[in-house]
Design a protein around this ligand. Structure first.
Ligand code: KIV
Length: 261
């Protein structure tokens, strides 16, 4: 059965919400049988396209991958990231999010930023586009901030995160992603807001968790951020399998009589 936003809201203070990313129909179909939410994250620009950050992701790229995910996932609630530069003004945000809603079956769009994005969120919500907020470590700010910085380490940063979270909820966001923040701050945000808060590198007390699928399944094996738990040694499994294929082809063990017409 399709996961609706009211179902997700009913999980607040109850069942933990399970969210992962997906970028294509094949993986989306597998994840759809298990998770509540699939995020078509602009992290695809790094893990799928091999770029160094998310900044060069485009709206047409996000729409293309969202279509693929929607073709594979029929039940999960689907969120699409608005890419860097596509929501500078509220008007830009409405124009580009409308394109996402018209061209895909995404249930919501996600955008990074605090209270300065409240006007954008309100305009989209008023125009029947559900919005998910994203605060804390915001990958689209990695260049301007000189790296990926954990937030909420001092009183000022903590106060700003709380203010941002409240402003985003008041503007009409349906969910909030909190990334790379100290656990006590994420806990306070979760206890303060009525909408579910999904954490990534934000500790144990949020209403749910999200991980990038290629990190969680070990397909990205160059390094493992502290907050990631690996559930599969994906890169090793694939490398072993492709090496076996190479061996079989080179030795003449594939194809056999079973694989010929
Ligand atoms: O792009 C993405 O995958 C994300 C998650 C890290 C939350 O925004």
């Amino acid at each position: 059965m399709k996961t609706t936003i009211s179902k997700l809201h009913s999980y607040k203070n109850g069942k933990k919400i399970v969210m992962t990313t997906a970028y294509d129909a094949l993986f989306a179909k597998m994840f759809d049988e298990v998770v509540d939410i699939i995020l078509v994250g602009d992290s695809l620009n790094m893990s799928f396209l091999g770029e160094d950050d998310t900044l060069s992701a485009t709206l047409s790229q996000m729409i293309y991958h969202t279509k693929a995910v929607c073709n594979g996932a029929k039940n999960a609630y689907i969120i699409t990231d608005m890419p860097f530069g596509s929501y500078v003004s509220p008007k830009d945000a409405l124009k580009n999010a409308t394109k996402v809603f018209k061209q895909t079956k995404a249930d919501a769009v996600k955008l990074e930023g605090g209270q300065e994005k409240a006007e954008h969120i309100k305009l989209l919500s008023d125009n029947a586009i559900s919005v998910v907020g994203h605060i804390g470590l915001m990958p689209q700010f990695s260049r301007s901030e000189g790296g990926y910085k954990v937030k909420g380490k001092d009183e000022l940063s903590k106060a700003k995160l709380l203010q941002d979270a409240k402003a985003i909820e008041e503007a009409g966001a349906v969910l909030l992603v909190v990334e790379g923040v100290k656990e006590d701050v994420a806990k306070e945000i979760t206890n303060t807001l009525k909408i579910p808060v999904i954490g990534i590198g934000a500790g144990r007390y949020t209403d749910g968790q999200v991980l990038v699928w290629s990190d969680m399944l070990g397909f990205f094996d160059e390094f493992k951020p502290k907050f990631v738990k690996r559930y599969l040694d994906g890169a090793k499994i694939v490398k072993d399998a492709i090496s076996n294929y190479k061996k079989d082809v080179e030795n003449g063990d594939f194809p056999t009589i079973k694989e010929i017409y």
